[in-house]
Design a protein around this ligand. Sequence first.
Ligand code: AMP
Length: 294
Amino acid sequence: MAHMKVLHSIHDFRAWRAANPAPIIPFVPTMGALHEGHISLLHQARQLAGPSGRVLASIFVNPTQFGPSEDFSRYPRSLENDCALLDAARCDAVFVPAAEEMYPGIAQLSTQHSALRTSIDPGPLADLLEGAIRPGHFRGVCTVVAKLLLITQPTHLLLGQKDFQQQAILRQMTLDLNFPVTVVTCPTLRESDGLAMSSRNRYLTPDQRPRATAIYQALQWAKSAYDSGEKHPAPLAAGMQQRIAAAGLTVQYALPVHARFLTPFTTTITGPAALLVAAQLGATRLIDNLLLSA
Ligand code: AMP
């Protein structure tokens, strides 16, 4: 490791943070298994920080955001490689806490969600879409990000547009709870065939991998239909669903929503909008989205 500090405890992280004051401190929280999408956030963080700033990242597979039947135990973990990638992206320090320090007593508990005592209520934005399919997910996300913000005390929080609902909810959380941090949403990095980069893509079998591109193709189809004048949500949703299902994926949702309130449009699409998709391909759940220009 050339320069980057790897800090495993809250105490060590706070000591490093106190010894390294800087005017701009961008922070990129991750669950590790890093790919170029994550690294693009680090590049944006480095640019934001300038020469006198400090760039922070965290790696923590947060147990409280996984449901009981989700992929927590098989979620990919590759700490050594992740640290090499962060170091190469000129990250200054990475916080890699132990689950036991973030959630004391968690090892003795039967369900991950029950490790939460005091927690953040993510509010109405979390009732829809991902929140409806993954109960408790955003409570876990908001709580861990709130904890990470209080530990790392950054000036900027960098989030990927890839997780559209997550960035909307976390942005709202920082506003509602007056976190002294600026949220920056960064564009989605894609593979050359359009599939959004994700740590979960490595679950896809060689047969499934080419079929996964149906999601981006459906999004692009709907965006160009919208750009050519189709402003009604129903045909856009139906067209996306049909295209994704035709590739053998099970669609959980595929629809245009308000970009800030995340509410589905019932009549004509007006104001800022995004197309959101979630689909299951074998054992792998994939999400993606595109913004619609107002
Ligand atoms: P994760 O490790 O999945 O929790 O992701 C950490 C951060 O990276 C989140 O803010 C994600 O939205 C972001 N991210 C994940 N995939 C991509 C991607 N393909 N392009 C840009 N950002 C991404």
